[in-house]
Design a protein around this ligand. Sequence first.
Ligand SMILES: NC(=O)c1ccc[n+]([C@@H]2O[C@H](COP(=O)([O-])OP(=O)(O)OC[C@H]3O[C@@H](n4cnc5c(N)ncnc54)[C@H](O)[C@@H]3O)[C@@H](O)[C@H]2O)c1
Length: 304
Amino acid sequence: MKALEGKAVVVTGSGRGIGAACAKGCARQGAAVVVNDIDAHEARETAAAIEAAGGTATVCIADVTKWEEAGRLIDTCISAFGRIDGLVNNAALYHASPITAFDPIAARALVEANVLGPLHCAGHAVKPMLAQKSGSIVNVVSGAHMGIRNLGIYGATKGAVASMIYTWAIELAGSGVRVNGLSPFGATRMGIPWNATPDEVARMHAGIQKPEANSPVVEFLLSDLAKDVNGQILRIDKEELSLYAHPALLLPAAVRPEWTAEQIAEAFESEFKDRQVPCGIRGMTDLPVELNTGYWKRKAKPAR
Ligand SMILES: NC(=O)c1ccc[n+]([C@@H]2O[C@H](COP(=O)([O-])OP(=O)(O)OC[C@H]3O[C@@H](n4cnc5c(N)ncnc54)[C@H](O)[C@@H]3O)[C@@H](O)[C@H]2O)c1
């Protein structure tokens, strides 16, 4: 029996990229899939590919930044397939710029898509999942939340998404609803200027794994194979599968009867000496400035 046989799942932003790869992977594992995107053409292409391969899919064009549209998305899954077993909060926008070039419009757009989107979708999906005493939510985070130069806004939104995983995993523990994360890595359109030529895209994608490489994490986390996995974030990078360390207090703490700024400075010379934690995922802290695409350039893409 396939890992997701009999399950119904929603994958947001699955018109293309990692979302499309995961929607197709879930369908291959037997799930009925709601393909969601704001790009109707791409969403229909993903659904058509699933059906052409013998899978089951329905399309829901909805903007997850809107509470009501997120509700319609979750309702579509229930009305089409009778239930909702999985939600993959994948849809997101990207923006790169140093803090010295802070763009409040970009910041708001990313917060709406990357933070409000997952909040809205989970806010709607969790009720039917709790009623059926089972469900799995997978939030798509990014290594950027650990710190990558120029990704302050994007990384902050992904840190928020990671916090949702930790909080909901605690809140829903024992209910039958699990919450975990995928930290993906793949050659997609994200971060690529919309007007890049195929050659430029190929150069930027050189050596980067295909989006499909991430799907097994989603398939596992949505399935009953992961029935005892809750509050975890997984990452596949070629042949390596990694589990995220969670932000946590480093123990033992330094202890004094009371603390002053001077005593804290003294702790950095004693207990905390050599214990400052480096930022960044594997020291990958730099991003080429040419990847500073800006979300508005996507919006300027010619209509099809
Ligand atoms: N590609 C990578 O290496 C990488 C690395 C880290 C994290 N991620 C994350 O993986 C996920 C997928 O990224 P991708 O690389 O496939 O990007 P992508 O830009 O190719 O795909 C994102 C999709 O989300 C859709 N979308 C955007 N806003 C939406 C909204 N409001 N409602 C519905 N759909 C919306 C877009 O139309 C697009 O189809 C994102 O959460 C991204 O942050 C990707």
